[in-house]
Design a protein around this ligand. Structure first.
Ligand code: AMP
Ligand code: MG
Length: 405
């Protein structure tokens, strides 16, 4: 049986970054850039006013009071037509180009404007101003031909703004992997239906689709497949068109656990079945190479919490790797137990827990629950606590590793 580490390595080795594609920049948010981006402009494109006020010669403010003739008004988007000389100023708005001759801008709040025989005049009671005041010189932020972002960079809203500034409406990115989700089981009905005797609702389908979306993939629901080889095979073939196929249920040792055989019939090669892990031991993983393009197939255990744990440990990193993001093991952080916990058995256990930041430390409270199908209790958890294999009684204050959910 594979350990968690061996299983992770086997999966990541087969998860390859998807081929780049061109996207509009707004659509590209959340994806990884697949090219270097060079600016086609200086920013700012001209020496620009950083405040609304008057552009003038700093030397004119040496006296106690200055009365300067206002030559014109320049708003953002227009350009000055006049040159500032001694004794004159140009009214200027934030972002507008500094007129030639001017070497400082005085904020409008520090001025008084009057009209004298039809001539606009600005009066400034001055304590002096430094040359360059309130002016942002051309290309302070970036220069034309600068490389502003490199391939591999994750695009957040800030990067989208920068891309627009440097003239890129479209960029090459790694597209999000497409993930088919197929629930299996004769007992399942959709959430919209009332279960008859012996039936339950398909909760894993929606759970897994939501996890895929949160992990940066694009989910495609294939609904429910009955525990019947032909029905399973038909839906599996549909799922193999996508980058990843997630199945839930049918991978344990029950009489209707038909998924491994159906996957083999569809040509998917098994990489491993079963992992030293609790919950999640029945996990099945395989791969189908088609047109040199690997499709990853996960047979997740039917139990909702097992599905969740396997997704966090194995599927999320695979989606990250295919998206061009870093895809190590989930981030483990140490926390301190708030109460005792009894660990039994020879498999490491990922236990749903409440993680809480308290001053400078993280506390961990394993939830009270009725076994691993208890989704109602699970909603209180915001993390998993890792208890290594082996019988051990933990006491309050003991340190354990955790994964946030
Ligand atoms: P299986 O691995 O198919 O034997 O399923 C294990 C347990 O998980 C059984 O109790 C199933 O009823 C339950 N289960 C399987 N699939 C789902 C699902 N899609 N939603 C909720 N529970 C499920
Ligand atoms: Mg089943």
């Amino acid at each position: 049986m594979f350990s968690v580490e061996e299983a992770s390595a086997a999966i990541l080795q087969r998860a390859e970054t998807r081929a780049a594609t061109r996207r509009g920049i707004v659509e590209a948010c959340g994806l990884v850039l697949a090219e270097d981006v060079v600016s086609d402009v200086d920013s700012p494109p001209h020496d620009k006013a950083m405040v609304d006020g008057y552009a003038l010669m700093a030397a004119d403010l040496r006296g106690e009071i200055a009365n300067l003739r206002v030559l014109e008004e320049v708003t953002a988007g227009s350009v000055p037509t006049q040159t500032v000389i001694a004794g004159t100023a140009i009214r200027i708005m934030t972002g507008a180009p500094i007129p030639s001759g001017a070497n400082a801008v005085v904020m409008v709040e520090e001025t008084r404007s009057t009209t004298n025989a039809g001539q606009d005049v600005v009066t400034i009671e001055s304590t002096g101003i430094a040359a360059g005041a309130n002016i942002l010189p051309r290309a302070t932020s970036l220069r034309k031909n600068d490389t502003v972002l490199t391939s591999g960079h994750l695009l957040r809203p800030m990067e989208i703004g920068l891309l627009a500034e440097v003239g890129r409406a479209e960029v090459d990115v790694v597209p999000a992997p497409r993930v088919a989700v197929l629930a299996t089981g004769d007992e399942l009905v959709p959430a919209s239906e009332s279960p008859a005797d012996g039936q339950i609702r398909n909760s894993n389908g929606p759970l897994l689709q939501a996890l895929v979306t949160r992990a940066g993939g694009i989910p495609r629901s294939l609904g429910i497949a009955r525990d019947q080889p032909d029905a399973l095979l038909e839906k599996i073939k549909l799922g193999l068109h996508e980058d990843i196929l997630l199945l839930s249920g049918g991978v344990s040792a029950g009489v209707l656990d038909l998924v491994p055989a159906a996957l083999a019939a569809a040509g998917v090669e098994q990489v491993f079945h079963k992992v030293e892990l609790k919950p999640g031991k029945p996990l099945w993983f395989g791969c189908l190479i088609e047109n040199h393009h690997p499709r990853l197939v996960f047979g997740l255990p039917g139990n909702p919490v097992s599905s969740l744990v396997c997704f966090e440990l194995f599927v999320r990193p695979a989606i990250a790797r295919m998206s061009g993001r870093r895809a190590g093991a989930p981030h483990h952080r140490t926390g301190l137990l708030t109460r005792g916990h009894s660990q039994r058995g020879n498999r490491p256990t990922y236990f749903p827990s409440i993680l809480s930041e308290e001053e400078d430390r993280l506390t961990v409270s394993p939830i009270d629950w009725r076994g691993s199908a208890d989704q109602r209790s699970l909603v209180r958890a915001n993390g998993l606590a890792l208890f290594p294999a082996g019988d051990h009684d933990y006491a309050a204050g003991d340190a354990v590793l955790t994964i946030p959910l």
